[in-house]
Ligand binder design. Structure first.
Ligand SMILES: [Zn+2]
Ligand SMILES: [Zn+2]
Length: 234
């Protein structure tokens, strides 16, 4: 697809410009998505304020990384996707070959491939993300909801790692930047009763008996001990 599109281009610290740039050309295994929803997460804000992200984006570069949209074009060799499909393309994909990937710790992948450019009319999705981390949006899910797949995945992993279960008591500290995260935690709290705290991203309080959140919980009006916590401020 030829022509130009409007896109946000990050040049450095608090230096973001709306420009006309060429519509990306798709290569083998790649997909061009017409962006319908693009989110702003805490990482976008940090990158904007700092002007870079060591691994994720090096300016000048197209900006934004959480999106959902409709496939406009597919490259040769793409299987399972075709023009007109609603999809959510995540912003990264692991190599599946390095030490960490072999240990199912793909978030620590030594060759994590990132994709940026959600704040644009179109975005090219690289082959590795198409194959590993691009999903068809079911009919009952809106593009707005689907765009939150990546932050929601972070929430689910965090919950999984705390080991909290239905019936536990949870205290949520901090105001979430991510709506999905907040809603999920709120919904979870509706069923669970186990205190959690902040300071660590997440964890079991029994492993951190001197953690301030565990102490704070113990000194509260109810006497319970934090068994797990998640930091919910970012
Ligand atoms: Zn994000
Ligand atoms: Zn890897």
């Amino acid at each position: 697809m030829n022509g130009k599109m409007t896109a946000a281009v990050l040049y450095g610290k608090e230096d973001l410009k709306i420009e006309k740039v060429p519509i990306p050309r798709v290569g083998d295994g790649e997909v061009l998505v017409k962006v319908q929803v693009a989110l702003t997460c805490g990482t976008d804000l940090k990158v904007y304020q700092r002007g870079y992200h060591a691994r994720m984006i090096v300016p000048p570069a197209l900006f934004g990384h959480e999106l959902a949209g409709v496939i406009e074009e597919v490259g040769t060799g793409v299987n399972g996707f075709k023009k007109g499909m609603r999809v959510v393309a995540l912003n990264s994909a692991p190599c599946q070959m390095c030490f960490y990937c072999s240990k199912h710790q793909e978030n620590l992948c030594e060759d994590l491939l990132f994709n940026n450019g959600a704040y644009a009319e179109y975005i090219r999705v690289p082959k590795r993300i198409v194959e590993a981390n691009m999903l068809i949006i079911p009919p009952n899910v809106t593009v707005e909801e689907a765009a939150m797949t990546e932050p929601l995945a972070c929430v689910l992993r965090g919950l999984h790692e705390t080991g909290v279960e239905i019936g536990d008591t949870v205290t949520i500290l901090g105001v979430c930047a991510s709506r999905s995260r907040h809603r999920l935690q709120r919904d979870f709290c509706g069923q669970a009763r186990r205190p959690s705290g902040s300071g660590q991203t997440h964890g079991r309080a029994r492993d951190y008996p001197n953690h301030k959140s565990a102490q704070r919980s113990r000194s509260g009006t109810r006497s319970f001990t934090a068994e797990a916590w998640m930091r919910c401020s970012g």
